[in-house]
Design a protein around this ligand. Structure first.
Ligand code: 5GP
Ligand code: ZN
Length: 114
């Protein structure tokens, strides 16, 4: 059993504000939102980062990405638009090593990002 903050959220040991859940994927609101809508979408199975994903993870990560538009619809931002970010490694300032897809929206986002 992984001693990882997002694994603990999956197990319900840490509460979270869920917006979507199925047997393989969980989406919940970021505790420190960077936009009016900011949700993290994670596989329930522990994968540390994109760098640690392998061929065996293709199906779960494909499924996760297909869930994102449904999450966006539930947040009311599917039409207005949103950004999907997967911070990976030090330069991207990844802080939690359980892969997570940030879904950000509800305001005009800037490009390039900081
Ligand atoms: P990273 O910097 O690794 O891409 O993103 C980690 C994200 O997880 C941050 O945006 C941070 O606010 C969020 N986060 C960290 N701990 C918790 C938590 O316990 N609950 C929730 N909902 N979000 C968390
Ligand atoms: Zn984990």
């Amino acid at each position: 059993m992984e001693d990882c903050i997002f694994c603990r959220i999956v197990r319900g040991e840490i509460p979270s504000d869920k917006v979507y859940e199925d047997d393989r994927v969980l989406a919940f609101r970021d505790i420190n939102p960077q936009a009016p809508q900011h949700v993290l979408v994670i596989p329930k199975r522990h994968i540390a980062s994109l760098n640690d994903a392998g061929a065996e993870d293709a199906e779960i990560l494909g499924h996760l990405q297909l869930v994102i538009p449904e999450v966006a619809r539930r947040l009311g931002i599917a039409g207005s638009g949103y950004r999907v970010v997967v911070n990976t490694g030090p330069d991207a300032q990844q802080t939690v090593f359980h892969i997570h897809y940030h879904v950000l929206g509800g305001r005009q986002l800037q490009w390039p990002p900081g």
